[in-house]
Design a protein around this ligand. Structure first.
Ligand code: IPM
Ligand code: MG
Length: 357
């Protein structure tokens, strides 16, 4: 039976980078190494344009019926004025919560070829290989009550709720421990237990789960210190696990260590390893349509999809290696451009990866 892959380019550069990533999937389909059916659906601003909401019913139904989802990026200035419920971000958040994609894996790997693209000294980042495990369907992103209200005096107040149940903390920490077991066996749980009750519970539950992983060395760090340590000496980390919002912030920080946010893929998995795969960068309206966006994060997201959801690790290895060889050849999109390299656009970069395959 064919694997079902939903393809959701979204907005801005999402459209351009997904086109290159789809070429990789089509390549393996045409040489018979992947039996898959690809179906496109609009999401984000494109969903609003097509069906009046950022997560059209048909898009959600397709996502639910698929084995994996390849997602581009969402958002653009033309949608900024819409009511919150209609904003493109709701399309992405809706998919995450409707599909219960609670485990977000964000690897920050520095390709040796790009050591000079980082704003940090090469010796600080060379060989960097961190996995950030971000809880994705709970915490302050989804907690109720939330809103903006006007009190009796006429002053408005905005509020959100940071809430985690024990079961939510337990399942994300077990994902992180499992990943740590397959890597360097070190896990750092990031929280704000010196201030927040939720974090106190978080720490307690993580410690409890650690009893089942005696081989993993568990440490704890406050989020402010973690941000500092990430830029000071990032190689001290192997796997990090944290709440939704802390993970959002720390993963952007970790991305920059690697030179460009245009290089980093991500996977968002449910309890059965069904997943959504997307570059961690956004829709970059400022460069949309110019043909200069880096498609590598999305192509690497395809590799993660093949590895984590579609049981084709051999193809994932090939794609990862092909990206390495393209960088060896000195091809660079503007975001990772360096002296002595050849600057290429989105399509040229995609074609170069394809040629290596
Ligand atoms: C991310 C993004 C999203 C998030 C936005 C677009 C809703 O920043 O995936 O990191 O905050 O989770
Ligand atoms: Mg983010």
């Amino acid at each position: 039976m064919s694997l079902k892959i939903a393809v959701m380019p979204g907005d801005g550069i999402g459209v351009e980078i997904i086109a290159e990533a789809v070429k990789v999937l089509e390549h393996y389909k045409s040489n018979g190494r992947l039996d898959a059916e690809l179906t496109n659906a609009p999401v984000g601003g494109a969903g609003y344009d097509a069906a009046g909401k950022p997560l059209p019913d048909e898009t959600l139904a397709l996502a639910k019926a698929s084995d994996a989802i390849l997602f581009g990026a969402i958002g653009g200035p033309e949608y900024d004025g819409l009511a919150r419920e209609l904003r493109p971000e709701k399309g992405l958040l809706g998919l995450r919560s409707e599909l219960e994609l609670f485990a977000n894996l964000r690897p920050a790997i520095l390709y040796p070829q790009l050591a000079d693209a980082s704003s940090l000294k090469p010796e600080v980042v060379s060989g960097l290989d961190i996995m950030i495990v971000r809880e994705l369907t709970g915490g302050i992103y989804f907690g109720e009550p939330r809103g903006i209200e006007t009190d009796a005096s006429g002053e408005r107040k905005g509020f959100n709720t940071l809430v985690y149940k024990e079961s939510e903390i337990d399942r994300i920490s077990r994902v992180a421990f499992d990943i740590a077991m397959k890597r360097g066996k070190r896990l750092c749980s990031v929280d704000k237990a010196n201030v927040l009750e939720v974090s106190e519970l978080w720490r307690e539950v993580v410690v409890k789960a650690s009893a089942d992983y005696p081989e993993v060395e568990l440490s704890h760090m406050y989020v402010d210190n973690a941000a500092m340590q990430l830029v000071k000496w990032p190689k001290q980390f192997d796997v990090m696990v944290t709440k939704n919002m802390f993970g959002d912030i720390l993963s952007d920080c970790a991305a920059m260590l690697t030179g460009s946010i245009g290089m980093l893929p991500s996977a968002s998995l449910d309890a059965n390893s069904k997943g959504m795969y997307e570059p961690i960068h956004g829709s970059a309206p400022d460069i949309a349509g110019k043909g200069i966006a880096n498609p590598l994060a999305t192509i690497l997201s395809v590799a993660m999809m093949l590895r984590y959801s579609l049981d084709h690790a051999e193809l994932a290895d090939e794609i990862d290696a092909a990206v390495g060889r393209v960088l060896d050849k000195g091809l660079r999109t503007p975001d990772i451009m360096a002296n002595g390299c050849k600057e290429v656009g989105t399509v040229e970069m995609g074609e170069a990866v394809l040629a290596e395959l």
